[in-house]
Design a protein around this ligand. Structure first.
Ligand code: MN
Length: 743
């Protein structure tokens, strides 16, 4: 890296001028009408206004607006008005010039964009609790006014993220929190896929530096191999496409550390198991008389005639574009080296939209085209702003964020058919969507070959296989597991019918049991049964028995004055007395235990710290500290959604923290297990846990439904490493299909 602090004034001037020339070169390469004069004027104005001021890195300040302007041209695709506004974006905020000065020197449009950017500038880090949230609110309010404000703000943020290394760690965390909470989803919603990916990756780099650099190293190690594979892979494809006379470009995409990390997390796999590190993108430039969609499909068939496609991994975003406008054909094929390789086929237009989003969307938009999803979204945001009365900015942010995510997801059947479902649909919704019979016999699902419960929330792109069982019956609780109106309505109809039959069955069973010991069925005898099961009315009792939730075998004994029987279907085991340990974790260890190693690096900590209830971090986790009003520090996991919100809303109260174990205190944590039920399973699980000296069990809950079980283990551990070891060991039990930490 260059040490900017030692540059002579002449060297600085040279650097500034060459960056400005680069900006003009970038601009000249675009199709925009060339308005060099006003851009030069804006540059000279800003250069004079920021004259002598340096950034933290030691660079002259003007290098920042210049970089933002270059992002605006190159990566967002905007023209001269936006370039001028980008060059001037910090002038009103940081110097003595006013918006009026800019309106006088330039024009009202540029002045109003700069005014919008000044309003939402990140300069307010004062004591106001929700100053940042308030800033976001202003930011969002400008969208319907002039979307360029938000696009330039996004460029500003991108450059700040690229240069985040020169900031102190606490400020880094504040900025990454904000970026993940709002800017990355926003970039995604606006269709700026490249920017979204870079923002997420940079946030990850500063939030989890050690994991990031390890992944970066691993990716670098395999890169030469991937490059070779790429060269060999595309050779026969280029031959065919050349023979068709196509104009095209083939590029390789290697996954970023963040997307590798995300994949490993969501699929519970190791780095070596991430099969799609390398993706190949083919960008077609159809001639005016050719049909771009047809060309994509021709290319698809050329590729699949050379390489065998994965039967379940063809994604047709051409006939059903994603709701952010993304269009492409994806196919995964078996490469010559025996690895699966994803190929993305797009036309130049589709590629522009995927990379430059909104701006490209406008460029290609024709008059007669019907209202796009994006336009609808802008409209709905505007309506929300007009009709809603938000009491505070944080509430506004939350509502807005809900709107950032698309309202539809696409999932796939095992055969690869695509189905559109409302966002937040569960596996059970999908089962009912397929057929009410499938829904009512659903016992779970396999998503991308992983076993999930019926309540699993589907994600776009999931491939879902519904598991059914003839003996399965719809349950009342299922109403909580489905979110679509269709599934709920079908379920209610079935339940009503079922309920009648179930009550009848339950009633018969109760009466038979009472009669079996020579007792009559009347209010008194019925009351004895109700009291025993602590149920207040007989209809509920009958349905519980009819459902098989309550076993009637205990009933005769109630009248023979015998001791209680066990009927619970949930196993609940209590191990030893861990009460003393529990107290340790719920109190404030710092005050009682000076050996504690909460190690907060960059600020004087208050009197104590607390462990956040929401994410329950333990030593070894990546954590951060949030200073409460009283001065205590609350420790959160860095990837905790609450922490991200705090980072975004109260950045000035975030501490960078580092937490290692000294194996003095143990912490309560919960892991979730699921799999196929079999005899002796519980014993095996307990065996594995008790073999591990670092771990104590507090509780085991296992719920079995038709051969599939879901359970939780509450355990005491010293550190995150202990949990990782335990999960590894538990997975050695064949019947266990998934083991993961949930708290
Ligand atoms: Mn700026």
């Amino acid at each position: 890296m260059i040490d900017y602090h030692n540059l002579t004034p002449e060297q600085e001037e040279e650097m500034i001028q060459s960056e400005f020339k680069a900006l003009l070169r970038d601009y000249a390469a675009t199709a925009h009408k060339q308005k060099i004069e006003i851009i030069t004027k804006a540059f000279e104005f800003a250069n004079k206004a920021h004259g002598g001021v340096k950034r933290r890195s030691g660079e002259p300040y003007i290098m920042h607006p210049l970089a933002v302007a270059r992002i605006v041209v190159n990566e967002i695709g905007l023209g001269s008005t936006s370039i001028c506004a980008a060059l001037l974006h910090d002038v009103v905020e940081d110097t003595d010039y006013t918006v009026e000065d800019i309106a006088n020197e330039f024009n009202p449009k540029i002045a109003s964009i700069v005014a919008g950017l000044t309003k939402i500038s990140g300069g307010i880090f004062g004591e106001g609790a929700s100053a940042q949230a308030e800033n976001f609110r202003k930011l969002i309010l400008t969208i319907p006014e002039d979307v360029r404000v938000i696009l330039i703000k996004m460029a500003d943020r991108l450059h700040n993220m690229r240069t985040l290394g020169s900031m102190p760690p606490a400020k880094q965390l504040k900025i990454t929190g904000e970026t993940q909470y709002i800017y990355a989803p926003l970039a995604q919603r606006l269709g700026f896929f490249l920017i979204k990916t870079e923002l997420e990756n940079l946030s990850f780099k500063y939030e989890q530096p050690s994991i990031y650099s390890k992944l970066e190293r691993q990716i670098m190690q395999v890169t030469p191999m991937l490059e070779d594979a790429f060269r060999i892979f595309i050779q026969p494809i280029t031959k065919i496409l050349d023979s068709y006379g196509y104009d095209y470009e083939i590029v390789k995409r290697i996954k970023s550390p963040y997307s590798v990390f995300k994949k490993m997390q969501t699929k519970h796999i190791t780095f070596e198991e991430v099969y799609d590190l390398l993706a190949v993108r083919i960008i077609l430039k159809p001639k005016p008389n050719e049909n771009e969609k047809a060309n994509c499909w021709v290319t698809y068939s050329a590729i699949t005639s050379i390489y065998t496609p994965h039967p379940d991994r063809t994604r047709d975003w051409i006939n059903t574009p994603k709701s952010n406008g993304y269009e492409a054909l994806h196919v995964t094929v078996m490469g010559p080296g025996g690895n699966w390789i994803e190929v993305q086929i797009r036309s130049q237009r589709m590629n522009d939209i995927a990379e430059k989003g909104l701006a490209a969307h406008w460029k290609y938009k024709t008059g007669e085209q019907e209202e796009s999803d994006l336009d609808k979204w802008f409209k709905s945001i505007k309506e929300m702003l007009d009709t809603s009365d938000f009491t505070n900015a944080v509430e506004f942010m939350d509502t807005f964020k809900l709107n950032l995510y698309s309202t539809e997801i696409f999932v796939f059947t095992p055969k690869g058919d695509i189905r559109k479902m409302p966002a937040k649909s569960t596996a059970l919704d999908f089962a009912f969507h397929l057929h009410s019979d499938i829904g009512s016999h659903c016992i779970g699902a396999k998503v991308d070959h992983r076993l999930v419960p019926i309540s699993y929330e589907l994600q776009s792109g999931d491939q879902v296989e519904i598991l059914t069982s003839k003996s399965q019956k719809p349950q009342m609780e299922w109403l909580d597991f489905c979110t679509t109106g269709k599934a709920k309505a079908q379920l209610r109809t079935i339940l009503k019918k079922e309920l009648k039959a179930i009550i009848k069955r339950g009633q018969d069973a109760v009466e038979e049991a009472i009669n079996s010991v020579g007792q009559p069925v009347n209010n008194q005898t019925l009351q004895v049964v109700l009291d025993h099961f602590k149920i207040t009315n007989s209809a509920n009792l009958y349905s519980a028995i009819g459902n098989g939730k309550i076993d009637t075998s205990v009933i005769p004994s109630l009248f023979l004055n015998k001791t209680k029987n066990k009927w619970m279907r949930i196993w609940k085991l209590q191990f030893g007395s861990n009460d003393n340990k529990k107290e340790e974790t719920t109190s404030q260890p710092t005050q009682h235990n000076p050996k504690k190693t909460l190690h907060i690096t960059d600020a004087d900590v208050g009197s104590g710290y607390k462990i956040a209830d929401c994410c329950q971090p333990i030593p070894g986790d990546n954590v951060l500290g949030f200073i409460e009003t009283g001065g205590d520090v609350i420790v959160h996991k860095r990837d905790c959604p609450v922490a991200q919100k705090l980072q975004a809303s109260y950045g000035n109260r975030i501490l960078s923290a580092n937490w290692e174990t000294q194996k003095v205190l143990s912490f309560l944590t919960t892991i979730e297990i699921s799999g196929v039920d079999q005899t002796g399973l519980l014993k095996q699980i307990v065996q594995v846990i008790s073999d591990d000296y670092a771990i104590n069990i507090k509780n085991i809950n296992i719920d079995t439904t038709n051969g599939v079980f879901l359970g939780t283990l509450d355990i005491y551990v010293y550190s995150a490493d202990d949990i990782n070891n335990l999960c590894k060991n538990l997975l050695k039990i064949k019947a266990l299909k998934s083991v993961k930490r949930i708290k």
